[in-house]
Design a protein around this ligand. Structure first.
Ligand code: FAD
Ligand code: SF4
Ligand code: SF4
Ligand code: SF4
Length: 367
């Protein structure tokens, strides 16, 4: 990070937010965290971009024909540019779901400063959760300055949200138990302290990351390993991370940073397993006053507030690739027009930390 840099806001799925929380927690090991504000999304599942493309093709739809994707009411929806709507039961689209999502128990980005999702609020509104003082201040200021409007979340909405969050925890803990009965433990859910964490990871290198996370379908494709590698020998395009060189004997940073290796109780308190939505200070329905988005446009409005008020200088958002329709592409920007262009949900994984590392490397080359 450059001197006087006010950090970056990262908008991301719960697994990406866990990676950011780990970076924040181990500055002595991983260096100062690049993420200063964590804007988490709700997330039940994610899909492989190539499998999704193939699935749509089988239904005579090209990715480029699609204006918006939605997952709701037990169905997968593709709203086409010609006005047609493709709707299929979610169970049919599940074949495209990423394997790592089956062992994920965080629905609402429990480690974020602010979390945003659609469930719980009426159409055109988002559900917004403030979890930290920093998040609460941003929510209040964004509302006071007219970026968003809020109203109380209805009890029925809260119940629905809690039920879905509990369902994810319960079903995926079942999957964790199933995988553990036939193979190695799903290590990120193993309860341990920071001291135990340090001992466990002391001699772990990329080969261990590969066998413990990547090869067993645990990788969430966040790019935190790519970001942490001091040797720049990990590659991660739209594929699983791969090693392109030799690791110096003492290094274990990719293993430390990965959200799917161990996560200590000091980072992720296990009490959270018993709380459907994690800890929070405030929960409301909200919508943007002058931008459009997937639901209430709240994520985009908050990011605009964050940039206008210099809460952080830059934000990482996920836009669509120009060349490959609906392929998510992370960008680091301070331009609110780019943030508005990146509104809308892309239901595929994207290595959000890669853009931060590539930017760091570019800055190093210049200086
Ligand atoms: C993979 C995925 C699954 C989701 N599942 C659920 C769910 O089960 N229930 C639910 O209530 N909500 C879910 N959401 C959140 C929901 O789709 C909306 O993102 C959220 O309600 C915010 O809406 P908005 O109008 O405020 O956002 P907008 O103003 O449209 O902004 C959306 C922001 O999301 C970011 N983004 C888009 N795609 C990705 C991605 N793939 N990875 C990281 N960031 C991305 C963009 O950068 C943009 O800034 C999911 C989101 C994703 C990415
Ligand atoms: S692992 Fe899958 S379900 Fe869990 S937060 Fe990440 S993308 Fe969403
Ligand atoms: S050099 Fe370190 S961070 Fe990079 S791949 Fe090897 S062990 Fe991982
Ligand atoms: S292996 Fe790398 S990309 Fe995959 S989850 Fe771990 S840190 Fe993220």
């Amino acid at each position: 990070m450059t001197a006087n840099h006010k950090g970056v806001t990262l908008v991301g799925t719960p697994c990406q937010i866990i990676a950011a929380a780990k970076m924040e927690h181990y500055p002595e090991t991983l260096g100062e965290s690049p993420v200063d504000f964590k804007l988490g999304l709700f997330c039940m599942e994610n899909f492989s971009h190539s499998y999704l493309k193939e699935f749509l093709k089988q239904n005579e739809i090209e990715m480029d024909d699609v204006d918006q994707f939605r997952v709701e009411k037990g169905h997968f929806w593709a709203y086409l540019k010609n006005g047609d709507v493709f709707k299929t039961p979610l169970s049919k689209a599940k074949a495209c779901m990423r394997k790592n999502c089956q062992v994920c128990v965080d629905y609402t980005s429990e480690l974020a400063d602010l979390s945003v999702g659609s469930v719980g609020s009426a159409q055109g509104w988002s559900t917004l959760i403030a979890r930290t003082e920093k998040g609460l201040k941003a929510l209040q200021n964004a509302e006071n300055k007219g970026y968003i409007e809020t109203k109380p979340l209805e009890q029925s909405g809260l119940k629905l949200l809690e039920n879905l969050a509990n369902k994810k925890k319960k079903e995926n803990k079942g999957e964790i138990r199933k995988r553990e009965s036939v193979a190695r433990p799903v290590i990120y859910r193993r309860y341990m302290s920071d001291a135990e964490f340090e001992t466990e990871v002391a001699s772990c290198q990329f080969d261990d990351l590969k066998s413990d996370v990547i090869d067993i379908g645990g990788c969430v494709l966040c790019g935190a390993c790519y970001y942490a590698c001091p040797e720049n020998i990990i590659s991660i395009e739209d594929r699983k991370p791969q090693l392109k060189g030799n690791c110096p004997p003492e290094c274990n940073l990719c293993y430390v940073a990965c959200p799917r290796t161990y996560v200590s109780q000091e980072v992720l308190n296990r009490d959270l397993d018993q709380k459907a939505l994690g800890d929070y200070l405030k929960i409301v329905s909200a919508r943007a006053t002058n931008v459009e988005g997937q639901d209430g446009g709240v994520a985009t409005a908050l990011l605009n507030y964050i940039l206008d008020e210099n809460v952080t200088e830059e934000v990482v958002v996920v836009d669509k690739s120009e060349e490959n329709p609906w392929k998510p592409e992370a960008i680091l920007t301070s331009d609110t027009e780019e943030v508005k262009k990146a509104a809308g949900t892309k239901y595929s994984a994207c290595p959000v930390f890669k853009v931060l590392k590539d930017n760091d490397n570019k800055e190093k080359e210049v200086s």
